[in-house]
Structure formats: structure tokens, C-alpha cells
Write a protein that binds this ligand. Structure first.
Ligand SMILES: Cc1cc2nc3c(=O)[nH]c(=O)nc-3n(C[C@H](O)[C@H](O)[C@H](O)COP(=O)(O)OP(=O)(O)OC[C@H]3O[C@@H](n4cnc5c(N)ncnc54)[C@H](O)[C@@H]3O)c2cc1C
Length: 292
């Protein structure tokens, strides 16, 4: 196989080009560029997917139940997309706060998920929202939950030759709320020290479903299912509505000490930020899109 860059125009051409040994897709090139310069990516053939039709933009799924994000859509475009900002401003806001303007203009949602860096933002909110990765190779198409897509730092369930084509987010119903918070004690363009995402479904005042995920506190987004289960059946107006949640989150996460903070500090902050995210989800007026 020849080395160098190929620039397919269609998905079929891209999948054909990706079949074979030592071939790497490149979307925005934000991470691939750095990794290549550091000598961490072996010389290989690169398949630049930015020009592939059908991998860009935001659309409603055929049955109207999902929002579909094209894998090669840059973060900045997602942050400004009218459908996403109207439907799910929490997601648009999250994309708008990734890194800095250079990273947002080049980096894509598919590249972000495939990179699987544990401090990234999209995997945490998308996991809480119950989103799926749609992946394709020459031999099959499959749906993979974002919640279990990353298996560790820089590792995913994707197989060689497989491309992320879209991310499918179930639309929020009128009885649902969500929020994403990123704790940035150092600089506004840093990776999160801790991040927290929640999605809740209510029946009147009562929580009937809850999903809670934290980022930067484990090798992949951490599913705080025990904390989420504690919320189910509780009244959102009760004084002790979040009682025990922070402790259950602290129990679930597995942070490491690094230049962004000590492990115990991050463990405590994960609980704090989950409670703040819950509060934000419940107190933000639901005056935007979503399913009627
Ligand atoms: C200074 C800096 C700050 C940053 N801050 C943040 C931050 O605050 N929050 C955050 O979430 N992220 C942050 N990032 C990470 C950034 O969001 C990702 O590097 C970027 O999204 C990667 O997207 P890309 O399109 O450039 O991927 P590329 O560099 O093109 O590819 C990355 C990896 O994904 C693979 N890949 C790319 N597209 C696909 C696809 N469609 N299917 C399968 N595999 C694919 C590539 O082969 C490669 O292994 C930061 C990065 C930098 C450099």
C-alpha cells in the first residue's frame, strides 16, 4: 500500500481507503498532528475524511426522535448550529467551551470520541444523554453507546478500518432536563479538572429516570449509576433531594493526582459538580426546543 494522504469524497471511497494495514483516518488533525510530530503515530497512510459528503452538519433522524451530528463536524460549527442551539443548548454550549478557538475550528466530534482522551468534554455529556456512535466499515454498520465506547485512555471499541460516521442523540422529551458543567480552576481553555453531566426525566415533581456521568476522574467517562438510582423516586422540591448523591459519586469515581489537582480533591469536586449540575438541570427553564 502506498503511503501519504488520500482524500476520498464519498463514504464508500473512505471505507475502501481505510481497509488495510497501518492506515489512519484524519479529521481535523488536531491530535493526529501532535501525535505524528511526537513520533507516536508510526508512518502510515492517512485518509483525510474532511471532504467526505454526509459526515457534516446536524440533522433530525428519519423518525424525528434523534439529533444526528456528522462525525467530521468541527466543534465550533456544532456550537453555532441553529438546530443544536435550539434543541439542546447544553450540548452547543459544551462544544463552544472546548479548548480554544483554534481547537474548536479544527477538532471534530468524531475525532474527539475516537481519540478518547479521559479529560475531554463531549464523551461525558453524550454518555449522560444516552447518545450512540454510528460506526461503519467495509463489512458492517453498527451502533455503539457512547457510555461504553471508550475502554480507557486513548482506547475505544472501534476496530481497524472502522469510521465514526455520526453521533445520534435521543431528543429530550418535555419532561426531561439535562446539564453539563466543567470545573476549570486554572484557565478557561484548560481541560476539565472535573466535569459532570446529568439527564433526568420527571413525572411532575418526581424523578423517574436519571443518568449521571463524570469526566476527568477515571480512564473513561464514569457512570455514577448508584448516585443516579438514589435520585429516582425523590421529589425535586424536597429539602434533602440531593442527600447522599455527592458521597455516592465520590465512591464511583477513580481520579488520579496530577497537575490539575490531588485525587481526593477531585473526588470531592466530582460530588460537588454533580449536585450543581442537578441543580442547574432542575432550575433552568425549559423554554427551548426538544420533542413536544
Ligand atoms: C490545546 C488543546 C486543548 C484541548 N482542549 C480540549 C478540551 O477542553 N475539551 C475537549 O473535549 N477536547 C480538547 N482537546 C482535544 C480536541 O478536542 C481533540 O483533539 C479533537 O477533537 C480531535 O478531533 P480531530 O478531528 O482533530 O481528530 P484527529 O486529530 O483528526 O484524529 C484524532 C484521532 O481520532 C481518529 N479519528 C478521527 N476522526 C475519526 C472518525 N470519524 N472515525 C474514527 N476515527 C477517527 C484519528 O485516526 C486519530 O486517532 C484539546 C486539544 C488541544 C490540542
Amino acid at each position: 500500500m502506498s503511503s501519504g494522504f488520500v482524500r476520498p469524497r464519498t463514504l464508500d471511497e473512505a471505507l475502501d481507503a481505510l481497509a488495510g494495514e497501518n492506515v489512519l483516518p484524519v479529521a481535523g488533525g488536531v491530535a493526529v498532528g501532535l501525535l505524528t510530530n511526537l513520533g507516536l503515530v508510526p508512518p502510515s497512510r492517512f485518509v483525510a475524511i474532511g471532504g467526505v459528503s454526509g459526515l457534516h452538519g446536524v440533522a433530525l433522524g428519519e423518525d424525528g426522535a434523534e439529533l444526528l451530528l456528522g462525525a467530521a463536524t468541527p466543534h465550533a460549527r456544532l456550537a453555532a448550529d441553529p438546530l443544536l442551539t435550539g434543541e439542546l443548548p447544553q450540548a452547543a454550549g459544551m462544544f463552544g467551551r472546548i479548548g480554544n478557538i483554534r481547537v474548536r475550528n479544527r477538532g471534530t466530534v468524531g475525532g474527539n470520541l475516537a481519540l478518547a482522551e479521559p479529560a475531554q468534554d463531549p464523551p461525558v455529556l453524550l454518555a449522560a444523554l444516552g447518545a450512540d456512535v454510528l460506526a461503519a466499515s467495509r463489512s458492517r454498520h453498527r451502533r455503539l453507546p457512547v457510555a461504553t465506547f471508550a475502554t480507557g485512555p486513548m482506547a475505544t471499541v472501534l476496530e481497524p478500518g472502522e469510521l465514526v460516521t455520526q453521533v445520534a442523540i435521543p431528543r429530550l422529551g418535555p419532561d426531561e432536563r439535562c446539564a453539563y458543567l466543567k470545573f476549570l480552576p486554572r484557565t478557561a481553555d484548560d481541560y476539565a479538572t472535573v466535569s459532570a453531566a446529568v439527564r433526568l426525566r420527571l413525572d411532575g415533581d418526581t424523578v423517574v429516570e436519571a443518568r449521571i456521568f463524570c469526566g476527568s476522574v477515571g480512564p473513561a467517562p464514569v457512570d455514577c449509576a448508584t448516585a443516579a438510582d438514589l435520585l429516582v423516586g425523590r421529589s425535586i422540591t424536597a429539602a434533602g433531594r440531593f442527600e447522599g448523591i455527592a458521597a455516592a459519586v465520590a465512591e464511583a469515581v477513580a481520579p488520579v493526582t496530577d497537575h490539575r489537582g490531588g485525587a481526593e480533591y477531585k473526588r470531592e469536586m466530582a460530588g460537588v459538580f454533580v449536585c450543581r449540575a442537578l441543580d442547574q438541570a432542575l432550575t433552568t427553564p425549559r423554554s427551548y426546543g426538544g420533542r413536544a
